[in-house]
Design a protein around this ligand. Structure first.
Ligand SMILES: C[S@@+](CC[C@H](N)C(=O)[O-])C[C@H]1O[C@@H](n2cnc3c(N)ncnc32)[C@H](O)[C@@H]1O
Length: 713
């Protein structure tokens, strides 16, 4: 149940009294435009009586320098952090101090307040009075919202709809179009002009607007490619819209289009309005900064036809009122909203920060032919090359087939290129056919496909142009993993196991869709087939270790990948941690700090997986040692028994194992170690422990077989 918002204290203010009079870089009076904005909303039925908008500056970032002379500074408890939806749309926070409002004079510390990073465009919403839980604190009528449908009915929107364009941001394009078209068509006369006037103009905190020096702070991070991909995608979308509606080129430049995309991405709300799912720009509601755990919730109320924000807890007078943009990795906050959360940890301890690991083709530093083609690359390249390569070229061909199983969307000449030649040649040598190639590659039989599918497959298998061997290139697969164990961690391990396969292991995991026994499932990594309609296995489905050999190799690949990724950064994790302590060199809310937070978070995840790999290799080596010892023991006892029966020579004695180097001892030590990460411990104890048990059982079974055979049973 929601209560109406409490009445503001009578002494507070008329809308907008709180904005200081100040002129922005565009020569506009900021106070004036915020007053007009609030009056426009109220005149159209909006209500937010207990809230005030505040404009922040970044002068407080140097509070350490001025700590002694700080009696005048506001003590607002500003926070960090956010939440929402997809990768291509999102927000930033300010370490917010009211600069001029409420009697707080501008800080005397203006000496360093000239950082051009967008923090001068920061605003936030504060409570004028104590807000109780479940109070509706914002209510914005539908007529003040800009919705997708409004963009679709513009002349440009209609042409886009008719053209069936493939766009990078199809959900947001119509909001962008409305914004740009309406500003251009109606200018100051637009109904939304007061809203447009308060939208940030430069968005300098968004990485797509960072200069070279700022981008350099991200050196080593995959985010750099995502930033250039984003710029390229926006450029493509702009040209696509211009091709569908040539008049759009005179409505908006690429620069304005990029601004609109960033505004929409960082401010839109996904809503259900009158039974219809849509997205909207909601003036005023989009002024709340991000913080988790969430303190407010929002919705569109069908009854009142208003967008509302409701408190989930009491918010004290003067405190900032936050929205949660969702639980997200810092790379999404940074790319889409232009900020990073300082401590991106949920109340249950979960940290959503991720790292994108690249599997398959090995990074730019390696030429595919160096790693995958027959030949023996030297040094570091050789290490990964050998791990991926397996037994021989034929093994790589089988690996390619399994690795790309199910990737039917990317089956094409460019994708497989010469690999298809190699595969075709190899399967041809083994008496294979188009059907068998399709089956091994796609996990499906082309006879079950339509004729076009079969013709496509035939067309792709072209004889190699020369007799020299074609390089086999495993297409890159990227997977995002975080420190907590989740589905992606399982997929990562599955893909590592496939990459680590030798020929025999590939044959085993390639069994198509048959029900496996429990032992087979465990031993060969074949998942249970719950129903005949269960999908065929792909490189994402190998949930259990295939063999100790394979698992060790998979962990070596993981170690190589993580250590290589860590070597790409110019600074270490500990250096980053030390840098972040220095708020003068890395001021709060600066782009430089946000970049540092991002790479620091990435390295934490990389170190976790590097440690996981090293620990696993160590534990597997212990198990292998124990198994070798066990084999010696049983061989000894069998031959001793045979000797006693006059069947052969017995071993004189067997060495005993040092218990302190044993598996049980090591696992116990890990259990006792509070710093041992639980997912690493569980993997070593449960996953590797199960393989160890299977192997020991296997040895016992084989011994029984030998004894039965030797005794003629
Ligand atoms: C929806 S707007 C929020 C209002 C915004 N502060 C404004 O002045 O218009 C999202 C933007 O606010 C800023 N922001 C929101 N939460 C933030 C946070 N926790 N830390 C830093 N910046 C934040 C980012 O610039 C982000 O792109």
């Amino acid at each position: 149940m929601s209560h109406p918002a409490p009445k503001p204290r009578p002494t507070t203010r008329k809308p907008s009294d709180n904005h200081s009079s100040r002129i922005d870089q565009h020569g506009e009076d900021e106070t004036d435009k915020f007053q007009k904005f609030e009056r426009w909303l109220i005149a159209n039925g909006a209500q937010f009586p207990c809230l005030e908008l505040r404009k922040y500056d970044n002068s407080d970032r140097y509070k350490d320098l001025d700590a002694n002379a700080d009696a005048m500074s506001s003590s607002s408890n500003h926070e960090e952090v956010v939440e929402e939806e997809n990768e291509s749309e999102e927000k930033k926070d300010g370490g917010i101090i009211a600069t001029t409002e409420g009697g707080n004079p501008p800080s005397s510390r203006q000496h360093s307040n000239n950082i051009d990073d967008g923090s001068d465009e920061m605003r936030g919403v504060h409570a004028l009075t104590t807000l109780p839980p479940s109070a509706v604190i914002v209510s914005i009528p539908l007529r003040c919202l800009i919705t997708v449908e409004m963009g679709q009915t513009t002349p440009i929107g209609r042409k886009i709809l008719a053209s069936d364009l493939e766009l990078d941001a199809p959900k947001h394009i119509f909001l962008m179009i409305y914004l740009l078209w309406d500003k251009w068509t109606n200018g100051d006369k637009s109904f939304f002009a007061p809203y447009y006037a308060v939208l940030p103009k430069r968005l300098r905190n968004m990485p797509i607007f960072w200069d070279e020096e700022e981008l350099r702070y991200l050196e080593g991070s995959h985010l750099l490619s995502q930033i250039s991909d984003r710029i390229a995608a926006i450029t493509r979308d702009y040209h696509s819209v211009c091709s569908a509606a040539p008049e759009f080129a005179s409505i908006s430049t690429l620069e304005e289009f990029t601004w609109a995309r960033t505004i929409v991405c960082s401010r839109n709300f996904g809503l259900m309005i009158n039974g219809r799912r849509t997205s909207a720009l909601v003036p005023h509601a989009d002024m709340l900064n991000h913080h988790r755990p969430r303190e407010t919730k929002w919705t569109f109320c069908e009854e009142t036809q208003c967008f509302t924000i409701t408190t989930l807890k009491e918010i004290g007078a003067g405190e900032q009122v936050y929205d949660s943009y969702g639980q997200k990795c810092n790379h999404r906050f940074l790319l889409n909203y232009g900020f990073c959360v300082e401590k991106n940890v949920e109340i249950d301890g979960f940290c959503p920060n991720e790292i994108s690991l690249e599997l398959g083709r090995w990074g730019d530093a390696f030429k595919p032919e160096d790693i995958y083609c027959d030949g023996s690359p030297q040094g570091e390249r050789g290490r990964l090359y050998k791990l991926y390569r397996g037994d021989d070229r034929e093994c790589m061909e089988k690996k390619l087939a399994f690795w790309t199983r199910g990737d039917s969307d990317v089956v094409g000449v460019d994708f497989f290129g010469s690999s298809w030649h190699a595969l075709a040649t190899s399967v041809g040598r083994a008496g294979g056919s188009v059907s068998s190639i399709m089956e091994s590659t796609l996990g499906t039989n082309p006879h079950g496909m339509d004729a076009t599918g079969s013709r496509l497959a035939e067309a792709l298998i072209v004889p190699p142009p020369s007799s020299s061997p074609q390089p086999i290139v495993l297409p890159t697969k990227r997977i995002r993993v975080c420190v907590s164990n989740n589905e992606n961690t399982r997929v990562l391990f599955s893909m590592l196991r496939v990459l680590a396969c030798n020929s025999a292991e590939l044959d085993r995991i390639s069994w198509g869709g048959r029900t496996a026994t429990a032992a087979g499932q465990r031993l060969y990594g074949v998942p249970g087939m719950a129903s005949p309609s269960a999908p065929f296995r792909t490189c994402r489905d190998i949930r259990y270790p295939i063999s100790l050999r394979n698992e060790r190799c998979a962990m070596e690949i993981l170690r190589e990948i993580t250590e290589n990724a860590l070597s790409k950064y110019p600074t270490s994790l500990s250096q980053d941690a030390a840098d972040l302590q220095d708020e003068n060199a890395y001021p709060k809310y600066s782009n430089k700090r946000h970049a540092k937070l991002q790479v620091h978070g990435e390295k934490e995840v990389l170190h976790h997986f590097a440690l996981w790999a090293r620990t696993a290799i160590h534990v597997i080596d212990i198990i292998l040692h124990e198994l070798a010892h066990e084999i010696k023991l049983v061989t000894h006892s069998v031959s001793a028994a045979n000797h006693a029966n006059g069947l052969g020579d017995g071993m004189s004695e067997t060495e005993s194992l040092n218990e302190e180097l044993g598996y049980d001892y090591v696992i116990q030590a890990m259990e006792d170690d509070d710093d041992c990460h639980t997912t690493i411990l569980r993997y070593c104890a449960d996953v590797l422990g199960a393989v160890r048990r299977d192997e020991l059982n296997q040895i016992a079974t084989e011994v029984m077989g030998i004894e039965r055979r030797d005794h003629g049973l």
